[in-house]
Each structure stands twice: as structure tokens, then as C-alpha cells.
Ligand binder design. Structure first.
Ligand SMILES: Nc1nc2c(c(=O)[nH]1)N[C@H]1C(S)=C(S)[C@@H](COP(=O)(O)OP(=O)(O)OC[C@H]3O[C@@H](n4cnc5c(=O)[nH]c(N)nc54)[C@H](O)[C@@H]3O)O[C@H]1N2
Ligand SMILES: Nc1nc2c(c(=O)[nH]1)N[C@H]1C(S)=C(S)[C@@H](COP(=O)(O)OP(=O)(O)OC[C@H]3O[C@@H](n4cnc5c(=O)[nH]c(N)nc54)[C@H](O)[C@@H]3O)O[C@H]1N2
Ligand code: SF4
Ligand SMILES: [Mo]
Length: 747
């Protein structure tokens, strides 16, 4: 990007006053906060207690924040009545205080200035920064139409800016939680059951007798209730089957670990269907009552025998038969878990459909110990004018993908490059709560788009990599310092949760709702922001829901009785699925009509050339993506990622424990930083594994900079899901470099 218009500003170039600010009030809050907090339990009486819900990940557990008279947030504990956490936060949630206390936080608005030499940021007042953004947004609207201004967002700040964007006339909106995360499973399950899985997943893990995890590593993937319920299920004797090329934590709790050859899961799934059908083990009554297209499925999987699958998956035929029988014995109290980060090899919606079909055969959808029918409370919309109708938006940008039901981030990025999608040209980006450069693969494409757009705003709490590409950076205060939208979530019973400030915003940071309102007013959209404080919106909504701000401040979470009936289907109960014919689609006419396989088929994927290994990645139990690596509490627990290497590979390649290696991928891209080797049997010989989120290259992140390597920068090849546009990211291969390849550049 050296010669580009928008060079990356390492925020370390920030002026001295920014640094001076960081030495204020909060010096006393140390990395020992977690242990310190325990000692505080008995003195809790002197602390102010406020309700919040966690923003460290998207499970949104409800918690109580304890704050002392000096604005120090002392601890966070889970809210007992919250169905997302049952009073217990995960280590990341407990360490969430570090998001507030981190002195590396963004402190003031910043504006890019074009110096003689390198670009740099100067500090600016909110008034100046917001006026500049509003005038640019107005300019884009006048010259190209509001549609050309894109919102790329994630997390709670997103909803406030979504409101602003819709009022402004743009529906050019996307978030990475779709095309880089769970999009394909919503497509696969949607096509089969007529319902999204959604978040939190309505998996009845608590009551299950058999949990099948296919590359879903609950226990490292720390989604709170699922981890709690999984350990409960294990205590109750549930069978765990883990299909994973890596011996994950979940695999270590399983009776059956199937170390599958990566990318061959569809073959296993088809074969499990074969065994269930041809050994007469499937739920015949359920399939007959609720399914359609079963005969076609039966014919389709006829030849997919365990012996056939063995050659593809490397899983022994007996193991395949045995696990299928175990599932059938537990049915319908069985869950073949849909997983969550499912963008793997491009045929992901079809793999997810295969998972859905398997659940259909087992009769687990709508059954105790399988998938329950979830219920949610609809939070009434604050009275405001109707939004204008944009001429195009995320839907048109993603029109090539007939089953996309949300904005496809990577397609928005492409539409920002002239010549890529000139029907829907994007000219400017507003980014909130997503570190796009570490989130979306194919960095070259990303950088081309960044270079092409005329203006970039980033709203973040931390000087993350994405801020270095911005024209204006706005510091949002953390979730512990603001009111936010009411959390209403699907669960066994509906519930809502309140987030209110536990402390005054540190530095010159502001909440997203305030930023959106200011921009709205400057753009003449004040009718959409007809309140002085977002608190008024929440108070009004809570009254409509039969409670009040006062009550919610005291209880934090409120549960409501179910209105939609039972969580489970009764024996023989008629039920209409929201599909074309009201039945579970073992065969999909809709897919056939649009030219796709109506029943999933197995296709083979690339395998690494000699000397290369598949780059596998997943979650650190102590971190959320790249967002927490600098968190003072959590970096204490896990400060770098390591490269898992099979002993056989270590021997062939001459690698030893803790040796630093650089990685070069199939396209010649070399990791910026080295990563230490961890020699372990827990990974197959054809792959290497690392935690996602590390390898930060912004020096302003004082704890995270240069710690470990980034998986994202090595993901240059993507396999696009033809149904919904997701970016399959698991067909990248790496080799080891043992001498520093950047030596010349560094000197
Ligand atoms: N290589 C690779 N890429 C992946 C994945 C992977 O495993 N490997 N996982 C994918 C998945 S599953 C997902 S869901 C996405 C996640 O993608 P992202 O959500 O982009 O992930 P984060 O790195 O957590 O970035 C969040 C950003 O929000 C900022 N932030 C945190 N709290 C706040 C707040 O309160 N307000 C504001 N304004 N900003 C805040 C953080 O500082 C950070 O910059 O990534 C996807 N991309
Ligand atoms: N601690 C923590 N927990 C989190 C998050 C976090 O950042 N940190 N993020 C949350 C979010 S947004 C998401 S989407 C979820 C993601 O969590 P999951 O959906 O559970 O996990 P993934 O990241 O998709 O999967 C990683 C696992 O897939 C295995 N795998 C790799 N290739 C294959 C293959 O070809 N076949 C099979 N069967 N397995 C394979 C890997 O070895 C690894 O164990 O986690 C959530 N929970
Ligand atoms: S699972 Fe952990 S990080 Fe996620 S919301 Fe709950 S406590 Fe926070
Ligand atoms: Mo995700």
C-alpha cells in the first residue's frame, strides 16, 4: 500500500497530547484486577451496582457491574436469572473490565492529515470531526446517492448506525457475522426446516443424550450457556461425538473422536444418512408426518456406504456405523450441532443442509434434547417517521447469490473497487465495531477497495488495525460506559436485559447512539432522533413491555412467559414448517429450480502440495477474535498464539518446541510476525492450527503488537459459497520458514 492514496497510519504517530491523556485516573487498575476483584467481594456493599450485558462476544450475557466512588469498575459478575449465563460469565466476560481500563484506548476524535511525507492523524474536537463526516455524507448523497455510502458494522454500535443509515437512505449494510461466520448454516437450515438456527442456537443441550459436534469446538468456543449445558449433559451421561481434525477440548470430553480428513465432512454426513436409512434406524413416524422427498433422499444416499466414506474421510467404517447407531439410539434427544463459524470450503450451505437433513432423519427438530422452538419478545419501535426507500442496497449488491438473506461484506468490499460492480458503486465506508482487515480474508482485495473509496470513518474503542485506514476515527466509549438497545433474545423463554452505564466515559469517548444522533441532526434527519437521550427511548420501550427503567435497573433481566406454545412437538402433533410445502425438505425443489443440487453431494477439495500443510484456525478460550488480545486482563491469560504441529511433521521439517517460524502460503504471502511451534499429537499431520485474532501490527496496541501470527493475512484464497456468497477460508496451505524473511526490510 506504499504508493496508495490512503496509506496505513500506525497510530503510534499520534501526537504527545494523546499519550499524556492516557496517564490519567485509571493507573491503579492493574492486570491483577481479576484476583483483586475476588478480595473485593465482601466490600461490595460500598460499590454501586448497575446492570449491563456483555459485549466481549455476541452471546450478550447479562451481568452486574460493581463500581467504586472513583469511577473504577471493580468487577463484573453474571446475572443469576439470565438464561444466557445463569449467573456465571466466561473468563472473557469477567475480563471485560479490561476493555474499560485499557489505557491504549482511543481517546479523542482523530482526523487524517496529509503531511509532506507520511499521512498522520491529528486530534480533533467532536464538533469538527462530526461536521466533516456529515459534510462528506451529504456530498456522497448529492453526487452519487446515499446508496453509495456503505455501513460495515458488528455488535451493538451497529444498530444505532443502521438506524442513521436507513434514515439517510442507505441500505448498503453488512456485517462479518454473516458471510464470514454463520450465513451458510442459516441458508442450509432455512432451506430444510424453513427456520434459521439464529443466535443463541436453540439447541437443547441440557437435555440431550447425544451431542454431535462437527468442527464446532464448544469449550474453546466459549459461548456460555452451551458450555454450561454441555458439562451438565456430560454429567448426565450424554454421548459426545466430536468430528474434528484436531483433538479439541470437546474431543477430549467425547467417547468418539473422529479425526476427519479436513474438507470431507459432507461424505461422512451422507454416509451417516445411508446407515440410518438402510439399517432402518431413522425416525419413520417423524419423517412420514413432517418430511417430503424422503424417497429421493433414500435413492441418493444408496451407494454412500461406510466403506466408500472411509477412502475419503479416513474414518473407519465400523466407527461410522457405530456412531450412527448411537445417534439413533439417543434419538430424538440428539443434536447434530449446526456449528457457527461455518464458512469453510465453499460448499458450506450444502454441508449445513446435510447436517439439517441428518437432524430431520433423527427427528430432533422440535424435540426435547434436540432443538427446541425458541421464543423472542419483540421490542416495540420508538415512534419515528418511515425510512425512505433506497434504489438499491445489500440485496442488489449480492444478487448473484440467490439465497443470501443479509448483506455480504465481501461483495460490498468488491463493489467499492471500480470495474467490479459498476451498477452498485460504493464510494465511502462507515465502519463500526469490526476490525475489517483482520476479519475479512483476501487482504489485497480489501486494500484495493480501501484505496478506491473516497472516505472512511471508523468508530471503535481501540486503535485497531482498521483505524489506520480511516480518514476520521471516532472513539466510542465501551459497553460499560453507555446505555444501549434492549437485549431481547431467543431462548426457551423470552427475556430482555438492560445495559446502562457503570461509569462515566473515560477520555473524550462517546456512545454510538449519541454519535448517530449528532450526525443525523447535522444531516437534517432530526425527526428520526426525536429524543434528547437514548435513555428516553429505552424507558418508553420498557413501558410498552409492561416494565420500567426503574424496575430494570434493579433486576437487569426480565423473563416473560412463553406465548407460542410448547417448546417441543407432541407425539403425532400436526405442524407446518415454513417451507414451500410445509414439510422438512429432504429434497429441495427450490434448489433444483435455481440450478443447485437439491440434495447435497460430496465434492473433493484441494489438498496441500508436498511441503505444505493446511492452515486450520479456531478460537482461543480466553479471547474474542482480535478485539481482546490487548485487554490487560486477558492478555495476562493468553498473550500469543502458537502453531500446533504434529510430531511427525516436526520431525520431517526439523522443528522443535517453541522454535519461531514464519509461514508462507500457497500464494507466496509471508506472515508479518513469527509464531512459536507447539509440537502436539492433537493435530493431524496434514494440517497446522493456530488461534485466530493474534499478530496485531499496530504499535499502539502495546500488549498485542507483534504477539503471535495472524491467520487472516495468510488467507488469500477463498472458496465462495454459490448459494449465499460466504467466504470459505480453509483451503489455504502454508510452509515453514525458519530464517527471518523480513531481516532486510527491518534493518
Ligand atoms: N481469519 C479469520 N477471519 C475470521 C474469523 C476467523 O476465525 N478467522 N472469524 C469470523 C467470525 S466467526 C466473525 S463473527 C468475525 C468477527 O469479526 P469482527 O467483529 O470484526 O472481530 P473483532 O476482531 O472482534 O473486531 C471487533 C472490533 O470492534 C471493536 N469494538 C469492540 N467493542 C466495541 C464497541 O463497544 N464499540 C465499537 N464501536 N467498537 C467496538 C474492537 O476494538 C474491534 O476493532 O470474524 C470472521 N473472520
Ligand atoms: N472463546 C471464544 N469463543 C467464541 C468466539 C471467540 O472469538 N472466542 N467467537 C464466537 C463466534 S462469533 C463464533 S462464529 C464461534 C465459532 O466457533 P465454532 O463454530 O465452534 O468453531 P470454528 O471456529 O468454526 O471451528 C473451529 C474448529 O473446526 C475444526 N475444523 C477445521 N477444519 C475442519 C474440517 O474440515 N472438518 C471438521 N469437522 N472440523 C474442522 C478446527 O480444528 C476447530 O476445532 O465461536 C464463538 N465463541
Ligand atoms: S460468553 Fe463470555 S464473552 Fe460472550 S457474552 Fe458471555 S460472558 Fe461475555
Ligand atoms: Mo462468528
Amino acid at each position: 500500500m506504499d504508493n496508495s492514496r490512503r496509506s496505513f497510519i500506525k497510530i503510534s504517530a499520534l501526537g504527545a497530547s494523546g499519550l499524556a491523556l492516557s496517564a490519567t485516573a485509571f493507573g491503579s487498575f492493574s492486570a491483577n484486577a481479576l484476583t483483586e476483584n475476588n478480595k473485593l467481594a465482601e466490600s461490595a456493599k460500598n460499590l454501586k451496582i448497575t446492570p449491563t450485558y456483555c459485549e466481549v462476544c455476541f452471546w450478550k450475557c447479562a451481568a452486574w457491574a460493581y463500581t467504586d466512588e472513583n469511577n473504577n469498575i471493580k468487577k463484573l459478575i453474571g446475572n443469576d436469572i439470565d438464561p444466557h449465563c445463569n449467573g456465571r460469565l466466561c473468563p472473557r466476560g469477567t475480563g471485560g473490565v479490561g476493555m474499560y481500563s485499557d489505557n491504549d484506548r482511543l481517546k479523542t476524535p482523530l482526523i487524517r492529515t496529509k503531511g509532506e511525507g507520511e499521512d498522520t492523524f491529528r486530534e480533533a474536537s467532536w464538533e469538527e470531526a462530526l461536521s466533516l463526516i456529515a459534510s462528506k455524507m451529504q456530498g456522497i448523497k448529492d453526487e452519487y446517492g446515499s446508496e453509495s455510502m456503505a455501513l460495515l458494522k458488528h455488535g451493538t454500535p451497529g444498530s444505532h448506525f443502521e438506524h442513521l443509515f436507513k434514515a439517510y437512505g442507505s441500505d448498503t449494510i453488512a456485517e462479518p457475522a454473516y458471510a464470514q461466520c454463520r450465513g451458510p448454516r442459516e441458508t442450509g437450515f432455512g432451506l430444510t426446516f424453513g427456520a434459521w438456527v439464529g443466535s443463541p442456537e436453540p439447541t437443547d443441550i441440557r437435555d440431550t443424550k447425544c451431542l454431535v459436534l462437527i468442527g464446532s469446538h464448544i469449550g474453546e468456543n466459549m459461548h456460555n450457556t452451551q458450555v454450561q449445558e454441555m458439562s451438565e449433559a456430560i454429567d448426565n451421561g450424554a454421548t459426545i461425538i466430536a468430528v474434528d481434525p484436531r483433538f479439541s477440548t470437546a474431543a477430549s470430553k467425547s467417547q468418539h473422536w473422529l479425526p476427519i480428513k479436513p474438507s470431507t465432512d459432507i461424505a461422512l454426513l451422507l454416509t451417516w444418512m445411508h446407515v440410518l436409512i438402510y439399517e432402518d434406524l431413522y425416525d419413520k413416524d417423524y419423517v412420514k408426518l413432517y418430511g417430503s422427498g424422503f424417497d429421493k433422499l433414500k435413492e441418493h444416499v444408496k451407494n454412500y456406504t461406510p466403506e466408500w466414506a472411509y477412502g475419503i474421510t479416513t474414518i473407519k467404517p465400523e466407527e461410522i456405523r457405530k456412531t450412527a447407531r448411537l445417534m439413533a439410539a439417543a434419538a430424538p434427544s440428539v443434536i447434530v450441532h449446526p456449528g457457527r463459524h461455518v464458512v469453510w470450503y465453499g460448499d458450506d450451505s450444502q454441508r449445513e443442509r446435510a447436517i439439517a437433513i441428518l437432524n430431520g432423519l433423527l427427528g430432533s427438530w422440535g424435540r426435547r434434547g434436540g432443538f427446541y422452538f425458541k421464543e423472542k419478545i419483540k421490542v416495540p419501535k420508538f415512534p419515528q417517521p418511515a425510512y425512505p426507500h433506497p434504489k438499491w442496497g445489500w440485496e442488489e449488491i449480492g444478487e448473484k447469490y440467490p439465497f443470501a438473506e443479509m448483506g455480504i461484506t465481501n461483495e460490498l468490499v468488491k463493489a467499492s473497487i471500480p470495474g467490479e460492480n459498476d451498477k452498485h458503486p460504493i464510494k465511502a465506508w462507515f465502519i463500526a465495531g469490526t476490525n475489517l482487515v483482520n476479519t475479512i480474508p483476501q487482504r489485497k482485495v480489501m486494500e484495493k477497495a480501501i484505496d478506491a473509496v473516497e472516505f472512511i470513518v471508523v468508530v471503535d474503542t481501540m486503535p485497531m488495525e482498521i483505524t489506520g485506514y480511516a480518514d476520521v476515527v471516532l472513539p466510542e466509549c465501551t459497553y460499560l460506559e453507555r446505555y444501549d438497545g434492549i437485549r431481547s433474545a431467543t431462548n426457551r423463554e423470552p427475556s430482555i436485559a438492560l445495559r446502562m452505564p457503570a461509569a462515566e466515559p473515560r477520555f473524550d469517548s462517546k456512545p454510538a447512539w449519541w454519535i448517530a444522533k449528532q450526525l443525523g441532526e447535522k444531516l437534517g434527519l432530526q425527526d428520526y432522533f426525536n429524543y434528547n437521550d437514548f435513555k428516553e427511548v429505552i424507558a418508553w420501550q420498557l413501558e410498552q413491555l409492561g416494565t420500567s427503567l426503574e424496575e430494570m435497573e434493579k433486576i437487569g433481566v426480565k423473563k416473560f412467559p412463553r406465548k407460542s406454545g410448547s417448546m417441543y412437538l407432541e407425539e403425532g402433533q400436526p405442524y407446518e414448517f415454513a417451507t414451500e410445502d410445509g414439510k422438512i425438505q429432504f429434497y429441495s425443489e427450490e434448489l433444483a429450480e435455481k440450478g443447485f443440487d437439491p440434495i447435497p453431494v460430496y465434492t473433493s477439495h484441494d489438498t496441500p502440495n508436498s511441503g505444505f500443510y493446511r492452515l486450520n484456525y479456531g478460537r482461543s478460550p480466553m479471547h474474542t477474535f482480535s478485539r481482546t488480545i490487548n485487554n490487560p486482563n486477558l492478555s495476562d491469560l493468553n498473550d500469543e498464539n502458537k502453531l500446533w504441529v504434529n510430531p511427525k511433521v516436526a520431525k520431517i521439517e526439523g522443528l522443535y518446541k517453541d522454535q519461531e517460524v514464519w509461514l508462507e502460503n500457497q500464494d507466496g504471502v509471508i506472515s508479518t510476525f513469527p509464531i512459536k511451534v507447539r509440537v502436539t499429537e492433537r493435530i493431524r499431520w496434514d494440517s497446522v492450527y493456530m488461534y485466530h485474532g493474534f499478530g496485531h501490527n499496530n504499535k499502539k496496541l502495546s500488549r498485542a503488537y507483534g504477539k503471535g501470527a495472524s491467520d487472516t493475512e495468510l488467507i488469500t484464497k477463498v472458496d465462495i459459497d454459490p448459494l449465499m456468497g460466504g467466504t470459505g477460508m480453509r483451503s489455504n496451505f502454508v510452509k515453514f520458514i525458519t530464517e527471518n524473511p523480513h531481516k532486510d526490510i527491518e534493518s
